[in-house]
Write a protein that binds this ligand. Structure first.
Ligand SMILES: [Zn+2]
Length: 408
């Protein structure tokens, strides 16, 4: 018998007994609306906890053990790789990929964060590391995004607008990039922040459920309608940016609009961010690691704006020119430059700033706004909600010409 009974059922600690987890909805949703979120990338092991039993499936959905595996309530298990297989709680599974399907309420914890849905473990080719992917129905995924991307005490119409933008963004990523890889989105700002169950609250779930299945589409040249990448960012600084200047994609609703709404919502020290400085040597090496061709410049002696979007009160850099000590020069998108110098994006908070050389430092001053500025301004959405605007009005303001439809 393959049953792995680690402890008798019914051995519950008092603390665990108080945790009531709502059952994950949509476990029978069509596969095309499930999301694959990369939780851990190229790690040697993870720590897994499942409240109760779970089944291990192969990549065709067949059960690898005839029975459910039971674990002591909340007990930690190590998940890792061995030659030719995956190891779960000391037990080897001779497969490159397995799916862990928890019993109801269909939730698990990986490295101390709680998630809904299933967990896919995929060994890398040489079986030295693995990737962990949360495969989760769309709405429970969104509950983990909306609560991580916005304070849950913000207006319900702002939360609904956020849910629709996040749903559309995720489906676009899945459709356009998912087929070429074993995940659809990351759990960081590189996609959209996903906090799992910790980000959930009743207000967040209401925003997700009130907009169930709703996405934004825009018209194509051939007359059809298609979903588009509904970028959004924290605070645009007063005017959102044309996506073509930041990401190089051109969809009509991503054109940039004036935003009088975020200034009163964003904290003043976020809306106008403080000057920051970086050592020239650190800037150079970060740039050269990410863009090896920049080694041809030698030391970087000048960084200057070559293209910017000019608005009445400020300008947003969109392309910068890097000049080397040997006279050679190269160009980068300003947003790529920013996130290479400051990968957190928390110091150089936007490309609305001036870049000044001071001795052995590059100084970023007169900063304004937080994020890339394309699409919906999250603080602006809250500003509109406070003025009584609906989620639909917020979305049609920041994505002009888009249309709201339901896909299920
Ligand atoms: Zn704004």
């Amino acid at each position: 018998m393959g049953m792995l009974l680690i402890a008798a059922a019914g051995f519950f600690s008092c603390r665990e007994r108080l945790v009531v987890v709502q059952t994950t909805p949509q476990m029978d949703l069509e596969p095309k609306f499930w999301v694959r979120v990369l939780l851990a990338d190229d790690v040697q092991q993870c720590t897994l906890r499942v409240r109760g039993g779970f089944t291990v499936l192969d990549s065709y959905g067949r059960t690898l053990l005839p029975e459910t595996i039971f674990t002591e309530f909340g007990e930690q298990m190590e998940v890792g790789v061995s030659a030719g297989g995956l190891v779960i709680a000391g037990r080897s599974f001779p497969a490159m990929e397995v799916t862990i399907l928890p019993d109801a309420p269909y939730s698990f914890s990986l490295d101390d964060n709680d998630y809904r849905g299933k967990l896919v473990l995929k060994a890398n080719l040489d079986y030295t590391t693995l990737d962990a992917i949360n495969v989760v129905p769309l709405e429970p995924y969104l509950a983990g995004v909306v609560g991580a991307e916005m304070p849950d005490y913000w207006g319900s119409e702002a939360l609904k607008a956020q849910a629709i933008a996040a749903r559309t963004y995720c489906l676009y990523q899945k459709l356009h990039f998912g087929p070429g890889r074993h995940w659809d989105v990351t759990r960081t700002t590189a996609s959209q922040v996903y906090g799992g169950m910790r980000a959930e609250s009743s207000r967040v779930w209401k925003a997700v459920n009130d907009t169930i299945g709703q996405v934004l589409v825009c018209g194509q040249d051939d007359g059809t309608e298609e979903i588009f990448p509904t970028y959004y960012s924290s605070s645009c600084g007063g005017h959102t940016e044309d996506a073509n200047n930041v990401f190089g994609d051109s969809f009509a609703p991503l054109c940039g609009v004036v935003c009088p709404y975020c200034k009163d919502v964003a904290r003043p020290n976020v809306f106008f961010w403080p000057m920051v400085e970086f050592d020239k040597i650190a800037v150079e090496s970060a740039l050269q690691v990410k863009y090896p061709k920049l080694r041809d410049l030698g030391n970087i002696s000048a960084i200057s704006p070559v293209r910017e979007s000019n608005y009445p009160d400020f300008s947003r850099l969109t392309f910068v020119k890097l000049v080397g000590s040997n006279g050679a020069s190269d160009f980068l998108r300003a947003e790529d430059f920013r996130l290479t110098v400051d990968p957190t994006g928390n110091k150089i908070r936007s490309t609305i700033c001036r870049i000044i050389m001071m001795g052995d430092k590059w100084v970023f001053s007169a900063g304004r706004g937080f994020g890339h500025g394309v699409g919906m301004c999250q603080c602006g959405a809250e500003g509109m909600a406070r003025q009584g605007k609906s989620a639909e009005q917020i979305l049609s303001y920041y994505y002009p010409g888009s249309k709201l439809i339901r896909v299920y």
